[in-house]
Write a protein that binds this ligand. Sequence first.
Ligand code: SF4
Length: 366
Amino acid sequence: MKHQYIIPIFVPHLGCPNDCIFCNQKSISGQKKNMTKEEAKKIIDNYLEHIKDDEAQIEIAFFGGSFTAIEETLQNELLELAYEYVKKGKVESIRISTRPDCINKNILKRLKKYKVKTIELGVQSSNNYILKRANRGHTFEDVKKASKLIRFYGFRLGHQMMVGLPESTRIDEINTAKALIKLKPKMVRIYPVLVVKNTKLEQEYKEGTYEPLPLPQAIETCKELVRMFADKKIDIIRVGLQSTDEIADPSQEKSEVVAGPYHPAFRQLVESAMWYDAIVGKIKRLNVKVKEVEVKVNPIDANNVIGHKKENVKKLKEYYDVDLVLKQDETIKQGKSKIEVTKTFKDFAYEEKEEEERKEVSKSKK
Ligand code: SF4
């Protein structure tokens, strides 16, 4: 399988007419300068120099602000630059992320001209009250309209949603996932809300009017969302913000995060929790007292089965007195497993008895 590489180019806050409650785009992108064509070229060349894989599938992605809301001349300059790399065969495709109210037919026609392949929309919630509360400046109707147009023009559609926005509940987030599934995105990103410095949310947090989600609750909700999207074969390209110098544990000096469910391995926590549920589900369905369970998975899933810092192994032992035995098997597809109970308490007692008998026999022979 070809390796996929993304060359991320952050275009911070430029031209964004909004001021979403949670956003300080300059902190998130780790970049205080505005993006220029020259700067973007440097970034692309630098990445290309380091990708040694001839078979690699490389994509240039304009992330960050609302790409289609920035000054059109700069958009075109950046797109022209990226398209040059596509034409030369150095890069396979181009991706942009933008707001749903910054999409219309003319914009899409222009993006087509530069062979943009993927458009990701910042949706955040399907609930108009929550969107308003977050000062998003668009409604879910805008999301529906933009999504339909994007698909109609033959782009790959991506959605980004948030968990833990002010006044949003688990049910609201599940409803958002349901509403997004109906719009048939090819991919989604799920971001638990973090309180970032110099945002309106930070102010609310300090005033006590916003309480961020605790990490376990964020994991629980994301687990359900991941399951829903995975069931519909929608690619989940990110769960949790990517850790950078600025997006780091609030205790770290350079961190721009003030509070919220930050974890450097957030996605692993979610996926491990899903494996834990699957194993416990299997144990509970059997009418025997399980002592040992063997889980066979693809090597790619091995770490998630065991859990971050062996959390699943420890929890199974502590809460169920069950030993987890992991077997790696390349013939099993990623995400699939064979879970088998390899010892019940009866076997265990029997083994212990046999061992005692063996000891007795060896004693009597001496
Ligand atoms: S629309 Fe995007 S870039 Fe603009 S303030 Fe909101 S989150 Fe930030």
